[in-house]
Design a protein around this ligand. Structure first.
Ligand code: PAF
Length: 284
């Protein structure tokens, strides 16, 4: 696996793959890679001949006072695990070159960006959409891979790709979880031992809600309230619990199969996200 740090070298490497008629799969990341990222790499590798992974901690998507400065950065370790997962090219742009002085363009995906994370973190999805649009233009992939854990991010990117006619396929892969259900996230490293134990209540409460919906609870507000109470009882501070229609991010008016229940909680200073998709009622 080759590592490149600038656009000219990226274009040369991707151009080489194109000349060999290899399809290009792309996974944008901010590094601190875990098995969730690596499963995206393996999926991309099984569908595309050439897999590009970017690592760039994007300042535009962090507000003042968030964890931009302490976000884990470990390029060498990440490069080694990417190589073993089968990635062909690591693109790790130098921040000062990526956003040149005077950079003033942004991509705003209205509507899907507004609720949930967008309301809790104003400007976050503008930063995400801007960096992902720029990376898509730089890499020029045939397919781009994202994890379902960041549900609203996937909705924002899908909408942007549709609205701006990016010529690529967006692939959303299932959330990869630890043995106790906690969704894998680069931010899990912030958790102390006690917080890590408490954090497992997030997926547990969402799974319980999914079971209640499958058993006949169709009122989305009741499902949200019950889940919020369970999270609070487990000592988690709840930012939101929302039953939403995953494509539009609109609040659901019925807790029916296909509706997502998404939650954000705080464990100490760490913010964790997760969601489940409601399923058909189980037949005994
Ligand atoms: O999900 C992430 O890690 C980031 O939001 C992304 C998509 C790499 C953009 O910086």
């Amino acid at each position: 696996m080759k590592t490149v740090r600038d656009l000219a070298a990226l274009r040369e490497a991707v151009g080489g793959a194109r000349r060999e008629a290899r399809r290009v799969g792309f996974i944008p990341t901010m590094g601190a890679l875990h098995d969730g990222h690596l499963s995206l790499v393996r999926r991309a590798k099984s569908e595309c001949g050439f897999v590009v992974v970017s690592i760039f901690v994007n300042p535009l998507q962090f507000a003042a006072g968030e964890d931009f400065d302490r976000y884990p950065r470990r390029l060498e370790v990440d490069a080694a695990v990417l190589e073993s997962a089968g990635a062909d090219l690591l693109y790790a742009p130098v921040p000062a070159n990526f956003y040149p002085p005077g950079f003033s363009t942004s991509v705003d995906v209205a509507d899907v960006s507004d609720g949930g994370e967008g309301a809790a973190r104003p400007g976050h999805f503008r930063g995400v959409a801007t960096v992902v649009a720029k990376l898509f233009l730089q890499v020029g992939p045939d397919a781009a891979y994202f994890g379902r854990k960041d549900l609203q991010q996937t909705a924002v990117i899908r909408r942007m790709v549709r609205d701006l006619d990016f010529p690529l396929r967006v692939v959303i892969a299932e959330t990869v979880r630890e043995a106790d259900g906690l969704a894998m996230s680069s931010r899990n490293v912030y958790l102390s031992g006690e917080q890590r134990t408490r954090a497992a209540a997030l997926s547990r409460a969402l799974f319980h809600a999914r079971d209640r919906a499958a058993a006949g609870q169709t009122d989305p507000r009741a499902l949200e309230d019950e889940t919020r109470r369970e999270l609070e009882a487990a000592g988690l501070s709840v930012d939101y619990v929302e039953a939403i229609e995953a494509g539009s991010m609109a609040r659901a008016d019925r807790a029916s199969p296909g509706i997502a229940l998404a939650a954000a909680v705080r464990v100490g200073k760490t913010r964790l996200l997760d969601n489940v998709v409601l399923e058909e009622r189980k037949t005994p």
